[in-house]
Design a protein around this ligand. Structure first.
Ligand SMILES: [Zn+2]
Length: 261
């Protein structure tokens, strides 16, 4: 398997060769790049056409999943990881594809430390104090000590796919304790309901890159919080039959809460 470091380097060189111009040292800063919609994932559209090699051209930091809904993706420090439903962490093969992902080139504009023991609710309150409005997109990174992290990992699915509300009934949930690691992900405004996950969508990966998942709860202390405030969202939806025929306009606030929180 090709080391994932090469994904980004490869993408970078490809762009330089064809003369594409970028600002910010060839990377497009403060622009979120999103593949598909959370609504589509809820409806069981678990396959996409974009490879991680292609995705890496648009960002090297973020969260997502894989075709067949095969686990949770965490992109951090330019490397892409697949967290499988046994909780193990693997480098991503650039040829793997994603039905849903959200990435950017992380370039934080707000930073602060939280020394005291902080739970999810206290973290939300600290963040509300630190950022100007709930109506922009925030990419977040929190590094430090985690006394407790509760994560889930979606298990690989085979066709015919069932809606995610059924899949999550049997998803593995892990309670990690005493880990140095990173929370990474996004906070989306309420008005993005159905486009992405309103509120927090965070994944955890430990410093040893041995375990992680989609975050349900945590307690942490002595952490550094970094926030990239992003007013830009670039979204690409798949031109596929399964996406084309999915019912995506439903009121799915309750379903998203059950599936992602
Ligand atoms: Zn997730």
């Amino acid at each position: 398997m090709k080391p994932v470091d090469d994904i980004f380097i490869g993408a970078f060189q490809a762009h330089r060769k064809d003369g594409t111009l970028f600002h910010h040292d060839s990377k497009k800063a403060h622009e979120l790049f999103q593949i598909s919609l959370i609504s589509a994932v809820l409806e069981g559209v678990y396959d996409g056409d974009i490879t991680y090699r292609e995705l890496a051209q648009h960002g090297d930091f973020g969260v997502g999943t894989f075709n067949n809904l095969d686990g949770e993706m965490a992109a951090i420090d330019g490397k892409f990881y697949q967290i499988k439903s046994d909780g193990s962490v693997h480098p991503v093969d650039p040829a793997m594809k994603t039905p849903f992902a959200c990435v950017l080139f992380f370039d934080p504009t707000v930073e602060f430390a939280l020394e005291e023991l902080t739970d999810f609710k206290q973290f939300e309150e600290a963040l509300d104090r630190a950022v100007p409005t709930k109506n922009l997109f925030y990419a977040l990174r929190v590094d430090g000590y985690f006394e407790y992290v509760k994560v889930r990992v979606v298990p690989r699915q085979e066709k015919p796919y069932r809606p995610m509300l059924e899949v999550v009934k049997e998803q593995p949930v892990f309670e990690l304790k005493d880990k140095q690691g990173t929370l990474l992900g996004f906070r989306f405004p309420d008005y993005t309901q159905g486009i992405n996950v309103p509120g927090y969508h965070l994944h955890f990966i430990d410093d040893k890159r041995e375990t992680g998942g989609h975050v349900l709860d945590f307690r942490m202390r002595s952490v550094d919080v970094k926030i990239d405030i992003t007013p830009d969202l670039h979204m690409e939806v798949p031109e596929r039959e399964d996406f084309g025929s999915a019912e995506l306009g439903k009121d799915n606030a309750e379903s998203i809460r059950k599936v992602e929180k």
